[in-house]
Design a protein around this ligand. Sequence first.
Ligand code: 4NP
Length: 176
Amino acid sequence: MLFSLILLFYRITILMTKKKILFVCLGNICRSPSAEAVFKGLVKSKGVANEFEIDSAGTYAYHEGEQADRRMQQHAIKRGFDLTSISRPFYPETDWGHFDFIVAMDNKNFSDLKELARNADDLQKLHKITSFSTEYDYDQIPDPYYGGDAGFELVLDLLEDAGEGFYKFVNKNNQP
Ligand code: 4NP
């Protein structure tokens, strides 16, 4: 009985303190679903998946309801990342309030999100994924949609690298 109560308390505490992360690109079919899958894989490998809520969205609703781009899926699965998310638009009215970290994939996503921010608190939550790169010197993740295989591979290279840096930032940011 006591054990069940402790377990319940633990589960409620975890739920209340989950770090909530939203990755955002343009269409939510290539880069941000990949960021979502890469970061989910990273926290799972560290045994802390239950401490995170991770989602993705697009600034452009054109692909709403679609699965991730087939080419992106094919490249991602070769590295063990299953892209299961369904495209949805960014909702300023609810997403700014709900998430702790809103992470743009490129400079245009970043400036579009900046325009949508309602106040200084929203702006504090806004980041660009390449700010957390350690091995690469790209200032954004290039859009792979109209390119070939190399563009999709580059998306994954940049995300796998920046994911580690972002993980460190998120943990540091949440320490008292
Ligand atoms: P994403 O890539 O923003 O990484 O999902 C794109 C997806 C669709 C389009 C452009 C980029 N599009 O023009 O439809």
